[in-house]
Design a protein around this ligand. Structure first.
Ligand code: 13P
Length: 284
């Protein structure tokens, strides 16, 4: 199959009360692991690339690898830009063949965020590309984007209603207590806020910073309107730990395949586990 529009995957998920996993990639092995896991679990899946991943691998490599991967399986695969912060980045991704982009205007005030999101949507619609917006500010570190605890703030449900009705975004990232990267303790999510957002907004919601969030909390978030769950850190951990184990146990090993092969296997396992938590297994 070619790349699928993310919007359709999320609307199906909303109807079926499950969420689609959006897994961050940086290289060929991770792209392969994401589609392999989705294929085994018979699940729709979103491969996402951050600005850092695009800088590292090259935009056309990411698109090329993902298109090939999508064509090798029967399950639907979307390719999404994670945390695009400018109009130009989103356009570059649309031009390169992404099926979805995120325009993260959360550093702007509400009016400017709406205006920026609308500019991206206007172009994206012409190419059938889906758009995710963000309201509130998610804390932590996602590649080049660092938001301290002091800067982070939760999504206001009233603003969310206005943002969604004025922009018509296909997905809305909400800040309800998760953060990108490793958690120091167990994160506490503001479910009352999420319920209030869900009451006012019919747009599929997105949970960022989901690595390290307990399965029950993720499931509860899904029951309150979350249809896309982003995972990066847990894949990095599994991938790097497996590669590191090979290097430690065989310090003379010089074949990269001997490190990256087990790393890819470890990534497949963690992604399969997440897919089952999100309830998207068997949905494709
Ligand atoms: P984690 O690294 O915490 O899984 O967050 C990923 C994410 O939200 C990407 O946008």
């Amino acid at each position: 199959m070619g790349l699928s529009p993310m919007k359709e995957l999320l609307l199906e998920a909303q109807k079926g009360r499950y969420a689609v996993g959006a897994f961050n990639c940086n290289n060929m092995e991770i792209v392969q692991a994401i589609v392999a896991a989705a294929d085994i679990e018979k699940s729709p899946v979103i491969i996402q690339a951050s600005q850092g991943a695009i800088k590292y691998a090259g935009i056309d490599y990411i698109t090329g690898l993902t298109k090939l991967a999508a064509e090798s399986v029967k399950v639907p695969v979307a390719l999404h830009l994670d945390h695009g912060t400018s109009f130009e980045q989103c356009i570059d991704c649309i031009r390169s063949g992404f099926s979805s982009v995120m325009i993260d205007g959360s550093k702007h005030n509400l009016e400017d965020n709406i205006a920026l999101t609308l500019r991206v949507i206007e172009i994206a619609r012409l190419f059938g590309v889906s758009v995710e917006g963000e309201l509130g500010k998610i804390g932590g570190t996602e590649d080049d984007i660092v938001v301290s605890e002091r800067e982070a703030f939760f999504t206001d449900p009233i603003d969310a209603e206005r943002f969604c009705s004025e922009t018509g975004v296909d997905a809305l990232a909400v800040a309800i207590g998760t953060a990108h990267g490793l958690y120091k303790g167990v994160p506490k999510l503001d479910f009352d806020r999420l319920k209030e957002i869900k009451k006012r907004v019919s747009t599929p919601l997105v949970l960022h910073g989901s690595s390290g969030v307990p399965g029950e909390a993720i499931r509860e978030a899904i029951s309150h309107g979350v249809a896309k769950v982003n995972i990066d850190t847990n894949i990095r951990e599994a991938f790097t730990e497996a590669a590191r184990k090979v290097v430690i146990e065989n310090p003379k090993e010089i074949d990269p395949r001997k490190m990256l092969g087990p790393a890819r296997e470890a990534a497949i396992e963690v992604i399969r586990e997440k897919i089952r938590i999100f309830g998207s297994n068997g949905k494709a």
